[in-house]
Design a protein around this ligand. Sequence first.
Ligand SMILES: Nc1ncnc2c1ncn2[C@@H]1O[C@H](COP(=O)(O)OP(=O)(O)O)[C@@H](O)[C@H]1O
Ligand SMILES: [Mg+2]
Length: 364
Amino acid sequence: MVEIKEINFINFRNLDDFNIKFESGFNLFHGKNGQGKTSILEAIYFTATGKSFRTSKVVELIKYNNAKCGTYIAFKDREGEKNLTVKFNDKKKDYNFNGKKVSHEEFFGKINVVIFIPEDIELITGSPSVRRKFFDEEISQAQNEYYINLKNYNKILKIRNQYLKEKKTKEEIFSIYENEFITLAGKIVLNRMEYMKNIGIILNLNYRKIFDDKKELGLSYISNIEYSRKDTLKEIEFKISEEIKKQTLLEKKYGYSLVGPQRDEFKFLLDGKDAKSYSSQGEKKSIVFSLKLSEIDMIFREKKENPIFIIDDISSYFDSNRKKNILEYLKKREIQLFISSTEEIEIQNKKFKIEKGKIQEEFI
Ligand SMILES: Nc1ncnc2c1ncn2[C@@H]1O[C@H](COP(=O)(O)OP(=O)(O)O)[C@@H](O)[C@H]1O
Ligand SMILES: [Mg+2]
């Protein structure tokens, strides 16, 4: 089991500089709105991944009127004790793993984190790109190879679009890029479909177990190209290259790529109906939460180790009945949890009160 032992931060958001020691199981942060609860969860997430779940501009994380910020976590996994540090200012981020400077690529994935924030409802209500980004990140977390393929694919896609825009498709190099484009696109599609198949089964089980055993929740991968679940990599590549041939004239006309996984979609289906258009607010929330639990299961499958789980503002999101089901379920699992809430909740192993950025441990 992965477990964060402690966190340290300097100049992070509104928080007073602090060193917190955590417990396995439930770690609760409670306090009124605007006190810094989300900021603590953000500090944990940021140190674990090098990214924030609230902003892409890290400068926003630095406490007002300060020039730099630093965070540190010590954690333990199957292999032993490890630590991660991020130091940054408005220009530069430095990542350290066990005291050694590393690139973000090396840093990312050392500790797996699943997060649930109220804004995650966007995964249902938002545009297809929200779901694409989510699943891309999830598969990347579970499979490093996917992360690298996707990164390379995005680079080639950009170059390919540039050539299309500048009408340089006759250059020899364009066809070399095109081969690489198709190979990477094929791998991405294959990986995504495999992931969808696996997480789809788990998602349905989780939804039924915790929220509603009278409904079926499905997840489907949608593309202009008719893929089949039985397709091999070669077959997928072939379909992509055939589709590119069909779209050639239009691609040249518009000046960008019209084929590839960057245009595919993911859909949640509750009893066969698109959740985005037909499900109630409560159902949407339950779907998203089940999805997050399924992510945990998928990470466990790939890494044989549970990730840590962060839940922001649970009390504002779920009614007391749903909240009870969720907490009861989580209690049974070997997982380290970081929860924030405006109310106190019954189950906890460690409890902190947050007031105006000041964190205080309350002894139970
Ligand atoms: N970079 C920053 N420096 C100082 N304060 C900040 C910074 N960014 C946000 N804040 C403030 O931190 C406070 C706490 O925010 P937040 O963690 O979201 O509270 P909570 O989750 O408890 O409602 C807010 O009042 C916000 O204005
Ligand atoms: Mg908050």
